[in-house]
Design a protein around this ligand. Structure first.
Ligand code: CA
Length: 231
């Protein structure tokens, strides 16, 4: 069966050229011209690989990659970055991209990278340690079943959104994650909850996981900036 590729690129000429080349190699290609459309497509079908431009309308490639990684840690992602932007490369790889190509690039080169990532597919998926559970102190979080064991060692089932927020904070532990990042990543792009909503989630996390919720040791709010997890 042909490999399915999601191609996210807003420059129409480049998109058509890439598509044509991929199709000539026998891949099945779905196009998206902005980040929102791409995320909807990602959710509605299975893809074997994603080619992702960084600068996109509606939702940038980084945000899209974060959202994709919260739901699927395995699908290979190749970033297309602006010319010579080495910061973008670092940022992309940190967010879980598997490879990157700086524009302008040779289409041959892209096809080679696509081929090698797809061939590597099985082995690299096995090698990649997916974070299914996370333990700190007496607490445990299962990201697959959404069950958590808190300080009181009681089992609770959390809503998906709480689990996604936990995952985001834990993946970036010791870092302050901004409200904007949280809203963009965990909430839908067309829903804008107040910051109070995130505060309420943090209050819940403290209830579940802190010895003394009034003196948190794990879940911190940094006023006016964001939130941080320490284990
Ligand atoms: Ca672009």
């Amino acid at each position: 069966m042909a490999h399915r590729i999601l191609l996210v690129e807003d420059e129409e000429n480049l998109r058509s050229a890439i598509r044509l080349n991929l199709e000539m190699e026998g891949y099945e290609v779905t196009e998206a011209r902005d980040g929102k459309i791409a995320f909807d497509q990602f959710r509605s079908a299975h893809f074997d690989l994603i080619i992702l431009d960084v600068m996109l309308p509606e939702m940038d490639g980084y945000t899209l990659c974060r959202k994709i990684r919260l739901e699927n840690t395995k699908v290979p992602v190749i970033f297309l970055t602006a010319k010579g932007a080495s910061d973008e490369r670092v940022q992309g790889l940190k967010l879980g991209a598997d490879d990157y190509l700086a524009k302008p690039f040779n289409l041959e080169e892209l096809l080679l990278r696509v081929g090698s990532l797809l061939r590597r597919g099985i082995t690299s998926q096995e090698g990649k340690s997916e974070m299914n559970t996370y333990r700190f102190g007496k607490c445990e979080i299962n990201f697959l079943t959404f069950d958590v064991f808190g300080r009181d060692e009681k089992k609770r089932s959390l809503p998906k959104r709480e689990i996604q927020l936990l995952k985001l904070l834990i993946e970036r532990k010791n870092e302050v994650v901004s409200r904007e990042d949280i809203l963009r990543t965990v909430w839908e792009y067309d829903v804008y909850p107040s910051t109070r909503t995130i505060d309420n989630y943090i209050v819940n996390f403290r209830k579940y996981f802190e010895k003394n919720p009034r003196e948190p040791k794990h879940f911190f709010s940094v006023r006016g900036v964001g939130y941080k997890f320490n284990d």
